[in-house]
Write a protein that binds this ligand. Structure first.
Ligand SMILES: [Zn+2]
Length: 192
């Protein structure tokens, strides 16, 4: 495929994709929402697909024109499957004295089981875009500001800070329902 060299006005208006939107959602007998077919998948294989997506987006990130010239190539982050609650994913950058920063991604394993396509195709590029900004533009303070949006658009993905995945039904207290209206992909980032 030939990529047009994007002029600034083209860049902000290029078509973006949301391939996960074509995956229907269903509810099981207990009212818990799933992507169709997700309950039959092997969780370890799903994690393998997620890790492959991390590799893909890191390769793309290391090739972003201009931006990737601003520092050493960003490392491939480790992925931890340790999030709970309504946060789908979280990007963390730890700045270290006299050393390159350390970066990792935290993923909600239960949401990954129920929404594998959304988590892999939406949450992963979202979090990688945060790591890109943290790595190459460490002075940026606004998590979902124009720099992060530009990386998302370069990735061809809609730059929205929210997701539509639902925490499990049994956890629905008033606080959770309220939080659901503002479901961010992540909590505030590691160093912010
Ligand atoms: Zn975010």
């Amino acid at each position: 495929m030939t990529r047009r060299s994007a002029r600034p006005d083209d860049f902000w208006n290029q078509p973006l994709t949301a391939p996960w939107a074509s995956v229907p959602l269903v509810r099981d007998a207990s009212g818990t929402e799933w992507e169709v077919g997700a309950d039959g998948r092997n969780p370890l294989k799903v994690r393998g697909r997620l890790e492959a997506a991390v590799d893909h987006w890191i390769d793309r990130a290391r090739a972003i024109p201009h931006l990737s010239q601003l520092g050493a190539p960003m490392p491939r982050p480790k992925v931890h499957y340790d999030l709970k609650g309504g946060i789908a994913g979280m990007a963390a950058t730890m700045v270290r004295p006299r050393a390159l920063p350390e970066q990792w991604i935290r993923i909600h394993p239960e949401l990954l089981n129920r929404y594998p396509v959304r988590m892999i195709q939406q949450t992963i590029p979202h979090e990688i875009a945060h790591l890109v900004v943290d790595w190459y533009l460490p002075k940026v303070r606004e998590p979902h500001g124009p720099e992060w949006m530009a990386v998302m658009i370069y990735f061809g993905r809609v730059p929205v800070p929210f997701h539509d995945m639902k925490p499990t039904a049994q956890k629905r207290g008033r606080a959770v329902v309220a939080a659901e209206q503002a479901l961010l992909f992540e909590a505030p980032h590691g160093r912010r």
